[in-house]
Design a protein around this ligand. Sequence first.
Ligand SMILES: *Cc1c(COP(=O)(O)O)cnc(C)c1O
Length: 366
Amino acid sequence: MNNHVTVLEIDGKALEHNLQYFKNKLANNTKVLAVVKAFGYGSEATEVAKFLENKVDYFAVAYTDEGIALREAGVETPILVFHPQIQNLELIIQHQLEPNLYNHTILDAFLKIADDKLLLNYPIHLKFNTGLNRLGFWHTDIPSILSKLQSSDHTKVASLFSHLAASDDIQEKEFTINQINNFAYIAKQFFTHLDYKPMVHVLNTSGIINYPEAQFDMVRLGIGLYGFGNDENETKQLKNVASLKSIISQIHLIEPGETVGYNRAFTANKSMKTATIPIGHADGISRRLGNKNYAVLINNQKAAILGNVCMDMIMVDVSNIDCKEGEEVIIFNSQEMITEMANNSETISYEVLTMISQRVKRLLKC
Ligand SMILES: *Cc1c(COP(=O)(O)O)cnc(C)c1O
């Protein structure tokens, strides 16, 4: 039994289906890295990682503490930390996490620790900036990187990678192909100067869909795993992973002229029935969805949000819905609903999913 009435259910079978869908697009020997940053895109990182553990080759998180949480939950698969932060490098080693080293400051700091600790072939990952201008070495850094690496065997380059700026946007095809070609040229220089061959990877979800020819040795699958492709058709092939559910706490009958919620933002012009649901903006329901900008489902019928979204509650219109207190409310349970929530709050599916706050209980169903 749990005492949270609002839960985010995570569908393990859907995760598996989505993983397989992308694997089918890849060559047999292409490795898959599952991105489980930001609590597994708002789902549940440790449970999801444990569930996927024998089905993928690598995991990635954004920050060191996210990687530590996976290790502490017993995850043994290699974990790449995209943005480790220089003050955490000791922790990275302590927890057998693999850092992305993206400039000379963090590379030097890591090489120094690796030398001091007499590590042997500790796996590191080098990221190159090919146009996103976020994190990464520039191609002109290659000679100095190589000279630093060749002087010690305390580390070993597990992979070289880059990140595409607009892999979802076919209008940016020329820019993207240029990023891929520049990255391939960078990788080639490492191949000629190192006496081993690091893995190479550049594709995220929409990259896998649009540029499968650039899959190299591994791909980094994020949002696709959680049910979203880069267009409606692609998303239809995937299964929805996250369903947000709650219950009706209270039903009110109100008269014409009465108002609902803070600032009296909604005024009834007829006799109405409203339902109060225990989920609000502190749970990740954007205030932009208030005032009928979103409808939840009760008994399979749409119930629009009346007035403003409160911190812990919303009130919805159930005038025409046969329902009672304690009954189930679906906030979303399909990609269509999540997409509508994203559109109506002027954001994207990534943000809707990751915004569901940690106050909401997660439940993985396999
Ligand atoms: C988040 C992230 C990904 C995953 O991207 P999706 O679009 O969710 O597949 C891949 N690589 C890097 C570097 C990232 O930060």
